[in-house]
Design a protein around this ligand. Structure first.
Ligand SMILES: [Mg+2]
Length: 150
């Protein structure tokens, strides 16, 4: 099962992203800052890291730079999560060594599409209808929980 590390300090965003990915068959692990993300990578292996840019202790850009300096993780896909689609965000994320980035609030189709570029989407449990229902539920959760503080 594909393992995704979510580094995000906002509890609501942690839940939304973990829930959406979990519904689509990904195994998720949540940490709250860049330092914890590096510690998690030391302890276990992951297929992809979703990295919030703004976090306490060690932010996502600095954490990604450290990840890229380590030969063990130089090929590890890192996808940034940015608070606003601000001018320059893309350049900052990619410049730090991220493969990609998503603007928050994260929407289900964009999240699945971007993660799926780097980690094959696991097979849905159940049939197509069940999968569509899960996706619709995920979209509702995403809408109802979005708009919290970054
Ligand atoms: Mg943050």
């Amino acid at each position: 099962m594909a393992r995704i590390l979510i580094a995000e300090d906002n509890p609501t965003n942690q839940k939304v992203v973990a829930c959406l990915l979990g519904k689509h068959g990904y195994q998720t692990f949540v940490v709250a800052n860049g330092r914890q993300a590096l510690e998690a990578l030391e302890e276990s292996s992951y297929d992809l890291v979703l990295m919030d840019v703004q976090m306490p202790v060690l932010d996502g850009l600095e954490a990604t730079k450290l990840i890229r300096k380590d030969a063990r993780w130089c090929m590890l896909p890192v996808v940034g999560l940015t608070a606003h689609a601000m001018a320059g965000d893309r350049e900052r994320c990619l410049g730090a060594g991220m493969n990609d980035y998503l603007a928050k609030p994260v929407r289900t189709p964009a999240l699945l599409e971007t993660v799926g570029k780097y980690v094959p989407q696991p097979e849905h449990a159940g049939d197509r209808t069940a999968g569509a229902t899960a996706r619709a539920a995920g979209a509702r959760i995403s809408r109802s929980l979005s708009g919290g503080r970054e």
